[in-house]
Ligand binder design. Structure first.
Ligand code: FMN
Length: 364
């Protein structure tokens, strides 16, 4: 069992590095989100402050490197590099699902390296919601938290991926009750995250009611887990299924608006964020933090320098957007007007979310 879990995670890493498992026709929706350029920004770029406080932690930049890996030797190196960068730049970091190390204690160090390299960074432990349905409980959660001395727990929801895997666990009955049990017992924030198919407003409401303290929308438009499973499939019919569901899900921009307009708890934007402009748009749509996975993985296998360069470039892009819309603080972005167009606007209106309000912000 432990070996199976570890091998599957190694497959994911290899596929994400060697193949293209990104969304094909689906997009994040950020192409429909437009911030308004300010010809008179009245801001000194040098004075822009990117820091923000969320979950009681001060982040130097509102950025998290998303949950990806652990369990193998290669994963140890990747986690080490990512953690080093997160520590240096004052970012948050999620580790990949810790199930493999719960099943086999010897793998603990492949995750624990993250805390070793990032003593002060906001670290997020990770377990699957479906594992909670299949026997995991507070005991396993606490083990995962202790393993990396975590600041929060992410419970990932991956129904799409499980449905695509021949060995997938497709019984999610009772998952919300289990999440609620964990959220009520744990003394650290529980964040529920999707993994590329998004979260709708009504689901977010149920999660908030269940005691969850943060939601990461994990929307569609970036890494596709149907795409990843397509490359893992050994039978033609499995490939056929995965191909059909490659672009399944709610776009990141739609999911973000639905969730932020529905709940009060902090919302994290993820799923296909690739540039500082995407991050700025997500923050303007009321995300408190943005999270990026695949591009960081590609840099991390090249080393710490490459990873720092890639993320620093993205941070400077974010700073430039803030400059160009006259925002000196992260929070200012939520007061700048945005025009939402195209299919993102149509979808949101059909679902009863008013996008006109975004265009009217800061009208005075
Ligand atoms: C190689 C790889 C492994 C992943 N493993 C996990 C995981 O174990 N747990 C989890 O919650 N998300 C996992 N994810 C999903 C990411 O955290 C994120 O939700 C998703 O990749 C979308 O972000 P992106 O488009 O920036 O890659 C993984 C992503 C990648 C690329």
């Amino acid at each position: 069992m432990a070996e199976e879990t570890r091998d599957r995670k190694a497959d994911h890493l290899r596929i994400c590095l060697e193949k293209n498992a990104q969304a094909r026709k689906a997009t994040t929706g950020f192409e429909d989100v437009n911030l308004i350029h300010k010809a008179l920004p009245e801001v000194d770029r040098a004075k822009i402050d990117l820091s923000t406080s969320v979950f009681g932690h001060k982040f130097a930049v509102p950025l998290i490197i998303g949950a990806m890996t652990g369990g193998t030797e290669e994963a140890t190196k990747i986690n080490s590099t990512i953690a080093e960068t997160a520590e240096k730049l004052g970012l948050g970091m999620g580790v990949g699902s810790q199930r493999a190390a719960i099943e086999d204690k010897r793998l603990k160090k492949t995750f624990a390296i993250a805390r070793k390299k990032a003593p002060n960074a906001f670290l997020i432990a990770n377990l699957g919601g479906v594992q909670l349905v299949h026997g995991y409980g507070v005991k396993e959660v606490k083990k995962a938290m202790e393993m990396i001395d975590a600041d929060a727990l992410a419970i990932h929801l991956n129904a799409l991926q499980e449905a695509m895997q021949p060995e997938g666990q497709t019984n999610f009955e009772g998952v919300l009750a289990k999440i609620s049990e964990v959220a009520r017992v744990l003394d650290k924030p529980v964040i529920v995250k999707e993994t590329g198919a998004g979260i709708a407003g009504e689901e977010a409401r149920r999660l908030e009611k269940a005691g969850v303290e943060g939601i990461d929308v994990g929307g569609c438009g970036g890494t596709s887990f149907a795409g990843v499973e397509y490359y893992r499939a050994s039978l033609e019919e499995e490939r056929f299924q995965a191909n059909a569901f490659w672009d399944w899900g709610i776009s990141t921009a739609v999911s973000l608006v639905e969730v932020t307009e529905t709940v009060q708890i902090p919302v994290i934007a993820s799923g296909g964020l690739r540039t500082g402009k995407d991050v700025a748009k997500a923050l303007a749509l009321n995300a408190r933090l943005a999270s990026i996975s695949q591009p960081v993985l590609e840099a991390a296998v090249k080393g710490a320098k490459e990873t720092e360069k890639r993320i620093s470039c993205l941070i400077e892009e974010l700073r430039n957007v803030m400059f160009l819309v006259g925002a000196t603080k992260v929070d200012d972005l939520t007061k700048r007007p945005i025009v939402v167009t195209g299919k993102t606007s149509k979808w949101l209106k059909t679902r009863g979310f008013q996008v006109e309000g975004f265009a009217e912000r800061g009208a005075s």
